[in-house]
Design a binder for this molecule. Structure first.
Ligand code: ATP
Ligand code: MG
Length: 330
């Protein structure tokens, strides 16, 4: 399995319910797990690199605090900037996709809009191809993702298929076609109730936020003027999102929570979500605080993860070159 995140900030509850919980579950099933810290991908929409080191640190702390565990020997956390053979895959992969395909990607369009970019660099259009390299270098065949990633995953599947068709005429396919694994919460909305919760859109509750900060943020969450709380995702997305968060935290169905809040209005709902969410995140936050005391922990995790990723990528690249008949020295 492969998943990952951009080091653009600490992770939020959208990541937690949308992807991290799934990753921990797969780890507990004994599935070999690569987690990419997609540092090059930050450069698609940021000019400054100043915050990247700290963001990488925070991101890895978030991973460890939710229960991703490199000591298991099956979970490997690495930065793709440190794995040269992985990045080499990008070159042949770019020959397998058309400009039109890159230009039509709906998630890329949305991200360009959301970031308000006036000049768009080429990496913004090609990062989904880079992501295919992240997934395919380790033969990832399961990819737990949020809904925004589905167009990218579809492109990865095409790249795998096209590579195999074009270059593997006489042998077994070099790449598997990966499957996406959507969680029960493929798109958590932000506190604005409008767009997906995102690190970069100032609408998120961070995993590392304190219980009080969480309460304050939820007080400001957008709801509507109907005092009677009901679970109607299409008609009342803001209220439905809060009910979903309460449900994911407490394990109770959103309809049942709505029935209990009844005519209590959004204030009662917000209090309910706050308690449920803070309860769910309590152990995560406690672990995070303990881990944050020793900066060396993160460095060790990355050193080990990067070493493993390089071993895997260094073994994969010759296979790829051989399929492309570029294994001259053999
Ligand atoms: P940025 O705003 O910097 O792009 P982000 O919040 O979109 O940050 P990413 O690192 O781009 O986070 O996404 C990492 C993973 O988390 C992806 O698999 C994505 O689908 C998932 N994810 C992100 N936001 C949400 C959300 N609101 N709900 C569910 N899943 C999400
Ligand atoms: Mg994103």
């Amino acid at each position: 399995m492969l998943t990952g995140d951009r080091p653009t900030g600490a992770l939020h509850i959208g990541h937690y319910f949308g992807s991290l919980k799934n990753r921990v579950e797969l780890q507990s099933l004994g599935i070999d797990t690569f987690i990419v810290v997609a540092d090059y991908q930050v450069l698609t929409d940021r000019d400054s690199v100043d915050r990247i080191p700290e963001n990488v640190h925070e991101l890895v702390l978030d991973y460890l605090s939710v229960g991703l565990d490199p000591d298991s020997g099956i979970t490997h956390i690495f930065c793709h900037s440190h794995v040269p053979a992985l990045n080499q895959l990008l070159i042949p992969f770019l020959t397998l996709v058309g400009m039109g395909e890159l230009d039509r990607n709906p998630t890329v369009k949305e991200e360009i809009d959301a970031a308000g970019l006036t000049a768009v660099n080429a990496a913004m259009y090609t990062y989904p191809v880079h992501q295919a390299a992240d997934i395919l270098f380790c033969k990832g065949n399961v990819v737990p993702v949020g809904k925004d990633q589905l167009p990218h995953l579809e492109l990865t599947r095409k790249i795998a298929r096209r590579f195999n068709q074009r270059f593997c005429d006489d042998g077994a396919p070099v790449f598997p076609e990966p499957e996406g694994l959507l969680s029960d919460a493929p798109k958590i909305l932000g506190l604005d109730g409008l767009q997906k919760m995102s690190k970069s859109r100032n609408n998120a509750i961070m995993l590392r936020a304190t219980a009080d900060e969480t309460a304050a943020l939820l007080k400001r969450a957008k709801t509507d003027s109907d005092r009677n709380i009901a679970y109607e995702p299409a008609q009342r997305p803001e209220v439905a999102n809060l009910l979903l968060l309460a449900s994911l935290s407490s394990g109770e169905p959103p309809e049942a929570i709505a029935a209990r809040v009844g005519s209590g209005g959004s204030g009662t709902l917000e209090a309910f979500v706050t308690d449920a969410l803070n309860e769910e995140l309590k152990p995560v936050r406690a672990r995070r605080e303990a881990l944050a005391r020793d900066r060396q922990v993160v460095a060790d995790v990355l050193r080990r993860g990067i070493a493993t990723a390089n071993e895997v990528a260094d073994a994969k690249l010759p296979e790829v070159r051989a399929a492309m008949k570029m294994d001259y020295e053999m």
